[in-house]
Design a protein around this ligand. Sequence first.
Ligand code: ZN
Length: 108
Amino acid sequence: MTKSIHCDRCLKEIRIKGDLVTATMFFQVVPYHEDCYAKDLKGAKTLLLNNQPINGFSGNFLTLLAIAVFIASFFIDDNSMIYLSVLALIAILYRLYSFFIFERHLEK
Ligand SMILES: [Zn+2]
């Protein structure tokens, strides 16, 4: 199953996974070319665009951290853990969304 993914900035197709950066902008997950993401980060959208990509090494690392926090929240009986686990769950859902909507359609 193939679906073409188009960059949010230049509107051209993103063909390879290595060139894809997904990030949240105004609570929406948007796909970018790596270069276009860097340009938009410095541009006018910088206030809306999260400078933490969802995919890639740092995104995966944060997702692992979020999963760990989410699991830990079941064992730690503390009210502050509820907020942390909700934040963690949101991070995990964004990561899954990015994967199913964009990443799985691209070649490595
Ligand atoms: Zn682009």
